[in-house]
Design a binder for this molecule. Structure first.
Ligand code: PCA
Length: 197
């Protein structure tokens, strides 16, 4: 079986994005899954344009999207993606859409089709701070989660798909007074989440 797992490129003046570092640091095989890892640009117009062909080419059995949420104090499986783009800062292409629907004809929201509670439980049992999040925001991460779930639903398949936000890593938190988790803990947390699939 194949698991497509992605992280984002650095954005907002950071030189690293812990979400892609986590994806990159995972073993190539976890349980029944061979992992396909990819970096997604932090760009409204390019993120799903990169993800869609990866789904079409690899035909994964599950899709797990990772992103950075600086300031969060746990690894947070997202419950829902909403049909809006409302950027409080420009993306890596300088775009900052405000109050714009992702798909004017699409539903208001999609729920994650990953087992969010089981993933949370598995991470907590592994000793990693974890919590369900009820908002993926209105920036590029929410956009990618919405587009991926919308696409997979339109395809008519039943490929589970969802999003997990990870906190800063210590090198990013320096001087910001922000919470962070060391990269090995992020990797152990996501590995535990994958084992719950
Ligand atoms: N986090 C941003 C976009 C890219 C990332 O890693 C977000 O939460 O929308």
């Amino acid at each position: 079986m194949k698991l497509l797992i992605t992280g984002f490129s650095p954005f907002g003046g950071e030189s690293v994005n812990p979400s892609y570092e986590t994806a990159r640091g995972l073993p190539d095989r976890i349980g029944p899954f061979d992992l396909i890892k990819a970096e997604i640009p932090t760009s409204f117009s390019r993120s799903f344009a990169v993800l869609r062909p990866l789904i079409q080419t690899h035909k994964p059995d599950a899709v797990m999207l990772l992103g950075q949420a600086g300031g969060r104090t746990a690894i947070t499986p997202e419950r829902v993606a909403i049909n809006v783009m409302d950027a409080s800062r420009p993306d890596n292409d300088g775009e900052s859409p405000k109050d714009v629907p992702i798909d004017p004809l699409g539903p208001a929201a999609y729920f994650s089709t990953l087992p969010i509670k089981e993933m949370e439980k598995a991470m907590l049992s592994a000793g990693i701070p974890a919590a369900i999040s009820n908002t993926a925001g209105t920036y590029v991460c929410n956009y990618l989660m919405y587009q991926a779930l919308h696409f997979l639903q339109k395809e008519g398949g039943c490929v589970p798909c969802g999003f997990i936000h990870v906190p800063f890593i210590p090198e990013q938190a320096k001087g910001k007074d922000a919470f962070s988790l060391p990269l090995p803990q992020l990797i152990a947390g996501i590995q535990a989440a994958i084992s719950a699939l």
